[in-house]
Design a protein around this ligand. Structure first.
Ligand SMILES: *[C@@H]1O[C@H](CO)[C@@H](O)[C@H](O)[C@H]1NC(C)=O
Ligand SMILES: *[C@@H]1O[C@H](CO)[C@@H](O)[C@H](O)[C@H]1NC(C)=O
Ligand SMILES: *[C@@H]1O[C@H](CO)[C@@H](O)[C@H](O)[C@H]1NC(C)=O
Length: 428
């Protein structure tokens, strides 16, 4: 019994002072150092002393870091992992290292990196990730790294950088980011401006260069000529029938989202109708109106044809499609949105009165009803109120304004306050 207890203590002590078999462990000043470099390791050794502060695993053949990989060494301050074969740094592999000051992951094959783990490493001062295969950095990747002094992400595959990526790095004094295949479009212009203005030392600036577009290949970012860049602007308009034919029930409602911006913005429709919300990434049909592959065909989307040219067609427009139509344009410089409300009033349903009630306040304010010849322009947030007037063939077109009094109007549309109202007076 006595012997057994003794043996137990020996085992426990042995564990506490363990050194993984392939490694050397030692102490220097207050540092507990474990050196496992150059050991041909293909897996993480087990049984580190719990108080290890410096761990070198450099120049091995580790293929990745899995979740909880360093859980048993929470006091780690320096972690050297350069020159391995690491492809994946899994979420939760580094997050436990709240005391880490230096992390070297350079010269690996990392393409999949758990950026969110960096949010836990608020003591980090040196981060080396150069010579990997990183293709992007999330905008908020460095948000907790207020102590970081040196960041090395040169020799990766970064093609762009989100504006403000380096803003949280208030202690940064050294940034190495050369030899990445930057795509010199509008999205990178902020970085050029930033490198020219910052006090951070950025070496090898001639090698921070464009890889695309072709005409700029090899141009150092700091010599990038001014690019024509503009944030999106949108104008949502209603297209009336080109040929002036009379509109009847079952007609095709055509909205057009006129988009400006450089580079060409991505279009998105957000439609709020009685049955719910419909989100459409434009285009969802080809130029002939056939659904594009990958578009959910059976869904509510099928009622709406979003063309690449910015037009949205709704065949057989009816009560079910009444609602708010918004088009949203986004490019790397920002986004813009424009909306209209579309309502349908049919004869015999007290449409004129409904119309009168709906717009009474606005008309009384004298917001001004004005007409345009063919299309409703512009439709900014203030002015996108449209009443479309359709009459029996041969009769002059008549608008009912806010006070309910019919007025003579030229053919076309009446633009008013905040809604687009399609008003049917077609004879049945
Ligand atoms: C770490 O733990 C070992 C074993 O318990 C001990 O001998 C050593 O002094 C400790 N080192 C440090 C730096 O605290
Ligand atoms: C990371 O930080 C969060 C928030 O501070 C904390 O809740 C979480 O436990 C940390 N993760 C690890 C693995 O320590
Ligand atoms: C956009 O394309 C559709 C289908 O080809 C067409 O019906 C529509 O008139 C076009 N819109 C404009 C503004 O040219």
């Amino acid at each position: 019994m006595q012997e057994l207890r003794l043996l137990w203590w020996v085992v426990l002590l042995g564990l506490a002072q363990a050194c993984p078999e392939p490694c050397d462990c030692g102490e220097k000043y207050t540092f507990q150092i474990v050196d496992c470099a150059y050991r041909d390791l293909e897996a993480m050794p087990l049984g580190f002393p719990a108080n290890v502060t410096t761990l070198s695993l450099s120049a091995n053949r580790l293929p990745g870091l899995r979740e909880g990989a360093f859980r048993e060494v929470p006091l780690l301050q320096s972690l050297w992992l350069a020159h391995n074969e690491i492809r994946t740094v899994a979420a939760g592999s580094l997050a436990s290292l709240g005391h880490l000051k230096s992390l070297d992951l350079s010269h690996n094959l990392i393409s999949d990196f758990a950026w969110s783990d960096l949010h836990n490493l608020s003591a980090l001062q040196l981060l080396k990730m150069d010579s990997n295969e990183l293709t992007s950095i999330p905008r908020d990747a460095f948000r907790s790294l207020g102590a970081l002094r040196s960041l090395q992400i040169n020799h990766n595959r970064l093609h762009t950088l989100a504006e403000g990526t380096f803003t949280p790095l208030t202690a940064l004094s050294h940034l190495q980011i050369n030899d990445n295949p930057f795509d010199c479009t509008c999205g990178i212009v902020w970085f050029k401006t930033w490198t020219l203005a910052t006090a951070v030392s950025i070496p090898e600036q001639d090698n921070i260069a464009c890889t695309s577009p072709h005409v700029l290949k090899g141009t150092p970012l700091r010599r990038l000529p001014p690019l024509p860049c503009s944030a999106p602007s949108v104008q949502l308009s209603y297209q009336s029938n080109q040929d002036g034919a009379e509109l009847r029930p079952g007609f095709v409602l055509a909205l057009h989202c006129d988009v400006d911006g450089q580079p060409a913005p991505q279009l998105h429709w957000h439609i709020q109708i009685p049955s719910g919300t419909v989100e459409i990434t434009s285009p969802n049909v080809d130029t002939d109106g056939r659904a594009l592959p990958g578009t959910p065909s059976a869904s509510s989307q099928a009622r709406f044809q979003a063309f690449a040219n910015g037009s949205l067609l709704i065949p057989e427009f009816g009560k079910l499609e009444e609602g708010t139509y918004s088009c949203l344009a986004t490019n790397e410089l920002g986004s813009a949105e424009s909306s209209v409300n579309v309502a349908l009033a049919t004869p015999g349903e007290g449409g004129e009165n409904t119309l009168g009630r709906r717009f009474h306040g606005k008309a009384a304010e004298g917001k001004g009803c004005y007409t345009v010849d063919n299309e409703v322009q512009p439709s900014g947030p203030e002015d996108n109120v449209v009443i479309i007037y359709l009459s029996r063939a041969g009769n002059p077109e008549t608008a009912v304004a806010g006070d309910g009094v019919p007025r003579q109007l030229p053919p076309g549309l009446l633009l008013l306050g905040q809604s687009l109202l399609l008003f049917f007076l077609t004879s049945f």
